[in-house]
Ligand binder design. Structure first.
Ligand code: GLY
Length: 447
């Protein structure tokens, strides 16, 4: 690993693989170090492509819309290269509302002749369907539904199929994927990462990308913590055809109150998801599954008779403001792509494009600034001299505690963020002088 066009991607989930593939397509020699492909959040997701249904706003909405716009071409490319389906389906998403939601969002300004009134929603340019219209558009909804939004441009992808196709495409094009390799630390000299230490020895590269999702904080002091999501699936009767109104009338994703219902082309119905601040606590729990089933059956009562097929869980990589961390770091040859929280599947293509632009062409899209790591640290832009790293250090993480802090979005999120900092395991001339960021000492200066 020594020629100038080599990139080492740490993390083999959807974000890491998407970046690796994009860099490979641009001519880089790419290696991916993947601890456990099956644990990636991509496998646990529902695959909704839902910038509007998730009610996103501002720069995050722009980022998600740009990614959604790439999806059809991106998945076609993956399918062509891999020969595998991704299950991309621009089916639209319906967000039915109950009277209690309606009451809490009601606004006189959004009067609608047919519907009596349209509840306010931050991105309400999408059509509001009245009670009669929504039941006509989607037969089988709960009688409690009093209307809802229709997001025709939102959709879904089969996240598991996508992850497999993406990995196969990367391998087909010659990305070197090292499965079962755990990165245990970065080695840093001045403003450069010089190596990563792994369970399979030391790896060196001219450039590194960190895409380790919910596990990022075990390598660097980035405020990313796990948010557990529990999910389940049902299966349709074997002769029913999703999308065919005559056989099975659920033709689009239902984004309801405390639950979403995602009908797949492969006869599964995916139901999600909890959002739990329980660290990396594994397993499904009866209470969570009961809650999801109750909410799903209330929204779409015919689900109650379908066979249960699977339960699972995964860990979203959440940040204090629920936005990803993208782009530069304090080391010139380390790029960050983590913290995608609820939208890793949706954001994979735009993340790959923007990070490849940055790594390969040194082009920084203006949108990247909104997702820079500095936002968690100081209100004024930090200079690299203030954060000057030790002359030589090996950074080795403490075991990340299972429970992470639960912090709500805030203008100064670092004030709420506390975790044992990574420690220097080799003597360093400056190791005794902690780096202070937002009143918090960091023993590692690699960021
Ligand atoms: N994107 C949906 C979820 O994270 O549950």
């Amino acid at each position: 690993m020594n020629s100038a066009n080599e990139v080492l991607v740490v993390g083999g989930g959807i974000v890491g693989l998407a970046i690796a593939l994009e860099l490979k397509l641009r001519g880089a020699q790419v290696t991916v170090l993947s601890r456990d492909f099956q644990q990636a959040a991509a496998h646990a997701a529902a695959g909704m492509l839902a910038p509007h249904a998730e009610d996103l706003a501002g720069d995050m909405l722009q980022l998600c819309l740009r990614s959604r716009a790439l999806y059809a071409d991106w998945t076609r490319k993956l399918e062509d290269i891999s020969g595998m389906a991704t299950g991309y389906w621009a089916c639209g998403i319906l967000a039915p509302q109950y009277a209690n939601q309606y009451a809490s969002q009601y606004t006189q300004e959004h009067k609608n002749a047919d519907a009596d009134a349209t509840p306010l929603r931050s991105q309400s340019s999408s059509p509001w369907l009245s009670q009669s219209a929504i039941h006509l558009a989607q037969p089988g909804l709960s009688a409690d539904v009093i209307g809802g939004w229709w997001y025709p441009e939102d959709g879904q992808v089969d996240n598991r199929a996508l992850a497999k196709a993406l990995r196969a495409a990367a391998e087909t094009l010659g990305v070197d994927i090292r499965e079962g390799v755990t990165v245990t630390g970065f080695e840093q000299q001045g403003e450069l990462v010089t190596a990563v230490q792994t369970t399979a020895g030391e790896w060196r590269s001219p450039h590194y990308v960190l895409a380790t999702g919910a596990w990022s904080r075990s390598l660097l002091p980035v405020p990313v913590h796990p948010r557990k999501g529990q999910m389940l699936s049902l299966s349709l009767p074997p002769n029913a055809t999703p999308g065919s109104a005559s056989d099975w009338p659920l033709q689009q994703v239902l984004y309801g109150q405390d639950v979403y219902i995602v009908p797949r082309h492969d006869h599964r119905i995916v139901i999600g998801a909890t959002n739990e601040a329980v660290g990396f606590t594994p397993h499904n729990t009866p209470a969570a599954i009961a809650q999801l089933l109750t909410a799903a059956i209330r929204l779409y009562p015919a689900l109650q008779d379908l066979p249960l097929t699977e339960f699972w869980w995964g860990f979203r990589p959440a940040t204090p403001d629920e936005l990803p961390i993208l782009g530069r770091s304090l080391c010139r040859n380390l790029t960050l792509a983590t913290g995608h929280y609820r939208n890793g599947i949706l954001l994979a293509p735009i993340t790959a494009k923007l990070i490849a632009d940055w790594v390969w062409q040194q082009q920084s899209d203006p949108l990247l600034d909104a997702f820079a790591w500095e936002r968690f640290y100081l209100p004024d832009s930090p200079s690299t001299s203030r954060f000057s790293p030790p002359a030589s250090a090996v950074i080795s993480p403490n075991a990340t505690p299972a429970n992470s802090p639960t912090s709500s979005p805030s203008t100064s999120p670092m004030l709420q963020y506390s975790t044992p900092a990574p420690t220097l395991t080799l003597p360093s001339p400056t190791a005794d002088t902690p780096l202070i960021i937002a009143n918090r000492p960091f023993h590692s200066r690699l960021m």
